[in-house]
Design a protein around this ligand. Sequence first.
Ligand code: SF4
Length: 84
Amino acid sequence: MGCGCRGVSEEDLVKARVEEQQSRADKETVDMRRTVCRGCEHSEKRKRSDGTLGLTTFSKCDVCGCPIAGKTAGAAEVCPEGRW
Ligand code: SF4
């Protein structure tokens, strides 16, 4: 079972990439949001590769249940607690 990319035209791939870029928040915004989430009591702290606890790719917000990495990167996303 493949990922489905083989049957997609190059034009559709470019269009999807452009849409993805347009729906992403800028780096400054993402960094600010992740800083807020890092200090929030509702963010799931997980064990990182260096043994410390903190945000990882798999950490979720326990208010909305969303993965924080993806949530903080979406231009239209909002914090359910109104913190960003
Ligand atoms: S999205 Fe909001 S409530 Fe959830 S972890 Fe981040 S700052 Fe906290």
